[in-house]
Design a protein around this ligand. Structure first.
Ligand code: GLN
Length: 296
């Protein structure tokens, strides 16, 4: 929509919020503010401080095109190219899943388990934009963090994020789940937010999910294919007493616990999200470990 008169920040936000109010998963005013702040390269606070400032015609046109993209359902993070996680800014692209607040539950639990004053070996499998690995490395500088991903494009985004966040010490490897891991390191913790949505789940049609990489979202008919692989493979890469922590869907707690138990993990437990739904399940490798090699 082109306005003849130069319009102010306040008018632009008002009009954009009005247009966005028909998008089911939008927070109209907030989305408009985030997009305008992104375009003007200022903070949202700047918008509140200068509501009467006029936009140039180029800025108006550009803003309208960003709002049009959002109206098509494109997630905010893919329009701006950024998403905050654990108070760190991550570049995201359509090759990476957009980090979700619920994944902070996995990070919180991992931090309870990682000592502050002694080195530990931790890996984040299927790192995407690198959010989990970076959060851990930023909180536990003595920890050796390895981040892996099957997608070259994703891993390149993660590496850029590690560099920009000055977490360049994070090692990164290309490969599928534990196949990416070195054979000569046993880990204290293996972390993952794998794909876990069932193929054909109607949820995939909503909330911007059609814009996200399918390989980071879906995993077989019950959503458990990759979780199953990780549970089987991770045992051979954990120290005795080491733990596997997995994020999963709200209704997958019983299946994930059962899979861990039948694979020989112990001390299995699940953390719930703020809505009280199963979200992160962990299991511990017993202090004896069978010598048999895993066949992937
Ligand atoms: N929690 C995400 C969603 O349902 C899915 C993320 C994932 O599959 N790891 O939107």
């Amino acid at each position: 929509m082109q306005t003849k008169q130069p319009y102010t920040i306040n008018q632009a936000l008002h009009q954009a919020a009005d247009r966005l109010s028909r998008l089911p998963d939008a927070e109209p005013r907030m989305d408009a503010e985030v997009l305008l702040a992104h375009l003007l390269d200022v903070s949202r606070t700047h918008l509140f401080a200068w509501p009467e400032k006029a936009l140039t015609p180029e800025q108006q046109t550009h803003f309208n095109s960003l709002i049009a993209e959002r109206l098509k359902g494109k997630p905010l993070a893919y329009i701006t190219g950024w998403r905050e996680f654990w108070s760190l800014e991550f570049e995201v692209t359509p090759a990476t899943l957009i980090p979700r607040p619920e994944t902070e539950i996995l990070v919180e639990r991992a931090l309870e388990l990682i000592p502050k004053n002694t080195p530990a070996q931790v890996t984040d499998l299927g790192t995407g934009s690198g959010a989990i690995a970076a959060a851990i490395a930023s909180e536990r500088p003595l920890t050796d963090v390895l981040a892996s991903d099957l997608s070259e494009k994703s891993l390149a985004v993660a590496q850029k994020n590690f560099q920009r966040l000055q977490l360049g010490s994070i090692d990164s490897r290309l490969g599928s789940w534990c196949q990416a891991l070195p054979r000569d390191i046993d880990f204290d913790l293996i972390l993952s937010n794998p794909p876990y949505v069932a193929e054909g789940d109607p949820h995939l049609e909503k909330n911007g999910l059609p814009w996200e990489p399918d390989c980071a979202l879906t995993s077989g008919l019950d959503g458990l294919d990759d979780i199953h692989k990780i549970i089987t493979q991770a045992r051979q890469h954990l120290k005795p007493g080491g733990r596997l922590l997995l994020e999963h869907g709200w209704d997958q707690g019983p299946s994930v616990r059962e899979l861990m138990a039948s694979t020989g993990y112990q001390a299995i437990s699940t953390r719930q999200d703020l809505a009280g739904r199963d979200r992160v399940t962990e299991g511990c490798v017993p202090c004896w470990k069978p010598l048999a090699e895993t066949v992937y």
